[in-house]
Ligand binder design. Sequence first.
Ligand code: ADP
Ligand code: MG
Length: 347
Amino acid sequence: MSEFDLINQYFKTPVTLRNDVLLGPGDDCALLSPPPGKVLAVSTDTLISGVHFPQSTQPEDIGYKVLAVNLSDLAAMGAEPAWVSLSISLPEADSGWVERFMQGFNELATGYNVALIGGDTTRGALSITVNITGFVTERTALRRNTALAGDLIFMTGTLGDAGVGLNAVLNNNTHDKHLAHCINRLNRPQPRIQAGLLLTQLDRVTSIDISDGLLADLGHICEASKTGAIIKLDKIPLSDELIRYYQGPEAGLNCDPLDSKLDFKPDSIPGSIADWQAITCSGDDYELCFSCTEQSAAKMLSLFKARSLPVTQIGRMTSSGTIECLDKNAVPHPLKIKGFNHFSNEK
Ligand code: ADP
Ligand code: MG
């Protein structure tokens, strides 16, 4: 199969029809018609095999995830998704692989009404780059640099699942049913588009998506906003599956979910500094971390509740310039702020 056969078979036929795509894949450029009164929110993310996903990841999951992580950037900005381009570098023109990859990609593209408007197909080590465009108004876009000391800090969903999922995959524990939830969080993150759009209805929300770890990403907000933060570790929302994992005698692997319900103590588990270090510094959860005033928080909570969107207050912005993590007795836990950094020397 040639480059052009692949393009014709898998990339040219639109799965999502949008009136604002005047010309899709096939010509030298796509022609797009942005809506009046909006500005474009544009972002790019690359996934490299063995770096951003384990080499054993199924093509459907890679296709899903590459779009999900890009949608997550739009969510963090409060933008409505519209168009994507897809650049794919493949070791060989494996049509079976591309078909499965596009199944995952198209599942999400259809779900969020995103149109594939073009791309590039080349031979090389497996690597995929998606460029995404969404719409937002300039006034309501959720930036990183607008937080003030005293603002409340929230996050959507739960933290740490994808990190446990990654460990499970790297240690070949993929068949353990208790870890299935965490592995699914790793492979199929849910971009928080709806949450991001709701936050644009509020005054001065500062937001980021958690891709590199809570402390690292909140650190980016603090740096951009020139604030610090206090995080209450016992308030961080954890899934039942993650708690089971940390409760289990051998990292949760032999733990029966029904048994562990009996002594479920969310405020005491996990307990060790190493557990908290892992939970607050593992990436790939793609939840939103955001801050807002107490007034906005009340409105936000009712908007989220009405749509059953999970959200939890985990701390407060300060003027200290650093992030402090406190346990339930308000004792500081000296956690290191380390997130994923491609050019870091630290392994
Ligand atoms: P050019 O030589 O003008 O760069 P290409 O031969 O690379 O064009 O691509 C031909 C057409 O197919 C272009 O419209 C391009 O946007 C589209 N295309 C190529 N690869 C992909 C892809 N992976 N996904 C979507 N569209 C693609
Ligand atoms: Mg090209």
